[in-house]
Ligand binder design. Structure first.
Ligand SMILES: [Zn+2]
Length: 287
């Protein structure tokens, strides 16, 4: 009894110490931003330029002078050239407006911001411009492609087609792809499609079923995935594959019923088309 007590005390003391460390460590430079700025904003710095007043600095960095004063604990409006001032700016979040068939995108995120036409597990054609989506769309694509790459280190990269144009709206010969929540992804076949393009249709003969299923199941596992449009052939091949494996059947069989996420059609012969739900809290978005 006594031993347990003593041990308990030591453990408690250790936990208090660890907790104190946890609280103390981030209170340094990195912690300042979280304490100073509200959660949907981030910390920035600027130096007062020659001849600038507090009001002019506030105008330049697009914040209210009173806020600038508060964030820097200034008692007066006096600032001097070279003085470092901290301020908070809103975190940039893309907005999906309207529906996928009649909508737009504001501040869309680019799938390939460094412009090298590739990422982990995926490639895009060098001529493709419509690579903008919501934060969720871009992160789900990247996540599933990266998982695919980890699972199949030697598999051909996934060809990513159109997402949405920079500001969304009507895009080429698509009906949808207007509000940053749609993406086309080339089928995984043997031999693979031409790098960056949807060069041939998937057939029962050329479809790489395990790879294709892996990608589709990654998308199905995401609650944000609203629809996956795919060809009848690919749908049937995946259904057969899942039916053969009891563990998969238990988890995924319901997705092969009518009217669920998987939508077989006669159009998507070379690629599947994924639509994600409206991002949470996006008031302008319509599912
Ligand atoms: Zn599409």
């Amino acid at each position: 009894m006594r031993v347990r007590n003593r041990r308990g005390t030591a453990l408690r003391r250790w936990m208090v110490g660890a907790l104190a460390l946890l609280i103390l460590v981030p209170a340094g430079a990195a912690g300042q931003s979280s304490r100073l700025c509200p959660s949907d904003t981030k910390l920035r710095n600027t130096n007062v330029r020659k001849g600038e007043t507090l009001t002019r600095v506030a105008q330049r960095v697009k914040v209210a002078p009173e806020d600038l004063k508060k964030w820097n604990r200034l008692r007066t409006d006096q600032v001097r050239a070279g003085q470092n001032l901290r301020y908070c700016v809103p975190v940039w979040k893309p907005t999906s407006k309207g529906s996928c068939n009649k909508g737009s995108l504001e501040g869309g995120r680019h799938l390939d911001p460094d412009g090298d036409h590739q990422g982990v597990g995926f490639v895009v054609s060098p001529t493709r411009k419509a690579l903008f989506g919501t934060r969720e769309t871009v992160s789900h694509i990247k996540d599933c492609c990266a998982k695919y790459r980890r699972k199949f280190p030697k598999g051909a990269p996934i060809n990513i087609g159109d997402l949405s144009a920079k500001d969304g709206g009507h895009l080429g010969n698509h009906v949808s792809h207007q509000s940053g929540r749609d993406v086309d992804m080339g089928y995984l076949t043997n031999p693979p499609q031409r790098r960056g393009y949807f060069s041939h249709a998937a057939t029962r003969k050329n479809l790489d079923v395990p790879k294709q299923w892996y990608l589709v199941s990654c998308l199905l596992d995401k609650p944000d995935t609203m629809y996956i449009f795919l060809s009848m052939t690919v749908h049937a091949a995946l259904k057969e594959y899942v039916a053969k494996t009891p563990a998969l059947k238990r988890k995924y069989w319901h997705h092969f019923q009518r009217g669920t996420v998987l939508r077989p059609d006669t159009e998507h012969l070379t690629h599947l088309h994924v639509r994600f739900r409206c991002p949470k809290g996006d008031k302008h978005c319509r599912d």
